[in-house]
Design a binder for this molecule. Sequence first.
Ligand SMILES: Cc1cc2nc3c(=O)[nH]c(=O)nc-3n(C[C@H](O)[C@H](O)[C@H](O)COP(=O)(O)O)c2cc1C
Length: 157
Amino acid sequence: MASQAKGKTPGESAVDAVAIPEVVYYSSASGNTERFVVRLGLSATRIPISPKQGLPRVTRPFVLICPTYADGEGRGAVPKQVIRFLNDPEQRALLLGVIGTGNRNFGATYALSGRIISEKCKVPFLYSFELAGTDTDIARLRTGLKELGKTKCLTAT
Ligand SMILES: Cc1cc2nc3c(=O)[nH]c(=O)nc-3n(C[C@H](O)[C@H](O)[C@H](O)COP(=O)(O)O)c2cc1C
């Protein structure tokens, strides 16, 4: 079963919980993104590593966090399971924006998955962070997702 990092941060109100977009993420066995999402403490859904497991169905607007797995030429940057998930037009329609992750040691392909998904799905590339992120990344994303929710979630009917 897909693991889920769910919960409300202390002080988060019920209105915030509704307004903040769902977080959908992929994380491989190394688990960097999983660790980040757990620390983020928002409602989140994991795209499973194994294609044998069913893909999740998201029913409200979401932001996707996607690590990068490119080869030297930039190929294969977006994990296949993420491509499968985004191939569903109903899921794609709920995608508000993408956060790419990676490692700056990879140079030109740093966080490339986020840029590719942004371009292909025509959604904003909201942010990038390295590996499991920093406390600053967590704080920025919490604030940014709340702001995004106010404009995109509370107004969506
Ligand atoms: C085979 C391989 C290729 C990678 N390629 C890139 C890359 O092209 N660009 C990048 O920014 N990070 C790259 N990374 C780093 C991962 O995106 C980074 O470690 C990420 O935090 C992994 O997330 P996860 O542990 O949640 O799967 C690569 C890592 C591996 C193992």
